[in-house]
Design a protein around this ligand. Sequence first.
Ligand code: N01
Length: 558
Amino acid sequence: MSDMPATGTATDVKQVDAVVIGSGFGGLYALHKLRNDLGLDVQAFDNAAGVGGTWYWNTYPGARSDTEVTAYCYSFDRELYDEWNWTERYPRQPEILAYLNHFAERYDLKRSIQFETQVVSTDFDDATGRWTVVTDTGQTWSAQFIIEGVGLLSSTNFPHFPGQENFGGECYHSSRWPQGGVDLTGKRVGVIGTGSTGVQIITAIAPEVSHLTVFQRTPQWTVPAMHRPIDPHFLNDIRANYDGFWNSVRSSGAAFGFDESAITFDTATPEEQQAAFERQWSSGGGFQFMLGVYADVIASREANKAATDFIAAKIRETVKDPETAAALTPTDLYAKRPLCDDGYYATFNRDNVTLVDVKARPILEITEKGVRTELGEVELDVLVFATGFDAFTGNYLKIDQHGKNGVSLRDRWADRPHTFMAMMTAEFPNWFMIYGPMCPFTNQPPAHEVEVDWIAGAIQRVRNSGAQTIEVTAAGEQRWMDLCDELAEHTLFKETDSWINGANIPGKPKVTMVYMGGMGPYVDELNRIAEGGYADGLELGSGALLATCAAQAVMPAR
Ligand code: N01
């Protein structure tokens, strides 16, 4: 941090080159890149008490990533990749959090992060070309650049049911699970929500609770994860072909580190199709099942139906009670973020597990003792909300943010989020998001890395050119939005309701919020813009100078 207060500002306004918000995968890498590589003064903030972002908060039972560890990590530091020995194919939350802590310590990042601090507002000053950042701890910071790594899936969706405040038991949201854990042994537990989180919790806690009631509104298609210890030879093979592996990740569609299928469903015979689905089912993995068997499962109705017919047959085969099996079987397309599990369907064969279909019989109220539906009251000791997130936009809009001429982000995004390359929005100079709305639909850490590298390049471009700001033009932003909208038309995702298009939050505009072009084309586009000097769709500004001229032009003569 520089000791020099800016001219004309209060001395208690702290001056830095850049503010980073968030200390998850993206925020930590941004802090490292800007502070350690570019040599900037950087201050980071996180409202948690430690690093980790989503992996700090999501400590619920069964929490783990469904991305194989080979690609769920940083790639820029080869030594780190060689040294860190993951233990399982899909890492558990404590292991990922330990990795991120190790990363933060390796690069001495914690001294630049102020924890338990929420940024409440950011305002662009047209006169100085700098940002004013205010925190809930009453501090004011001034920065030339802001990088927000506030999390795609981090703003909690906590629905309210009539009478909820009267519940006499314990009540938790999965993404704000108590850090010390919760002893559920022998308790009557209810879980609302059956997305990725609910599926993990339900499967993990069923053996330890006295009774588990699952309140399911919409079932989702899920396939076995096939968790297993990581084969050290497998990691060593990747280490031996390090650049080749990461190049293949960055040039793939979803950046998960597995081979995506290049063949379409209609090229195979029915026997081959069944055998291919069966092979993938046995080998495990949600994204693998969606993208690794046939290239067109998310685009062709026929391929999609074949995949869901296959999973539906597995549900009937696994779940002994036909009524429960039917209730667990989705009726919509296989076109949401894919799930994988650790024995989810078999969990419903347990005597201590009950499924309540709350679409057919909605939750009427939460009582002092439990949850009431038309079927009666279910008495509970603990109620768990696994109800997901206000994804993509939630955390950006929680902060009161104003760009040029005081334009508010909430107003700019009232109809939908508008971005350029998922990192910038018009009228917000020097303001960057990591994996913001209209991001590629991919595994996140590799996408965070390429984005932070691109942002660092943009910052260098500003500083080397003697300019004060860089911003996206209205035309540049529109071009990206049009491309995302056009690509969304080519997949079946637009036909399902989920957090991916905002449909999970009542009143939120239902629009596509991802770029479906794939990681490879996304990286190519980032490189093209960077190699062209950050000119296409972007413009440099001299900030203070221009603002001063503009102000003088409208000032009355003295
Ligand atoms: O959230 P979700 P999630 N009454 O939105 C239900 C990542 N993740 O936290 O579908 C009753 O998918 C809702 O029902 P419906 C991953 O990207 C990854 O599970 O809206 N129910 C749904 O069943 C994932 O996709 C991992 O009808 C209500 C559930 O709550 C993303 O996070 C693990 C309700 C929410 O499902 C989000 O997953 C965990 C209401 N009022 C998460 N409101 C891994 O890597 C909501 N629901 C493995």
